[in-house]
Write a new protein. Sequence first.
Length: 143
Amino acid sequence: MELTQRFVRRSEATITQAAILALALALSASAEAHDLDCRGMPVSQAEKLGCCGAGDAHFAAASQFYEDEDGFWHFLVAGEDLRLVRGTPENMTKIEPLPSADGCYTVWFRVWSDSGKFVPGEIRAGMTPDEVRFYCLEIPPAM
């Protein structure tokens, strides 16, 4: 009986250690994501701050962006087609894309929070354009 109890304790300890390791790896990967560009290269501190601040920059695929016939850029994310404009609903202006130095498609935005202000975050399905504030768009120069 004592041998069985030792085996069970050792198995429980191994499972606990594996869970802790998996959690540590997941957290380090998410923390590292803001330090690397879309190609996995280090991002400079100046670029991290970009147009707005840390946490506002989001990398996306080229297929998630298009320019409409009126010259407005759109961002396809979370099942939504969001027009990239700057400002408030009463005073919106077109966002003109900047050339991307690293070749990545990067969009800077903040989302509305329950705290009553715009904060760094992710666009979720069902969000309205009023719940997202875009600031900048960088795209690779046309070839």
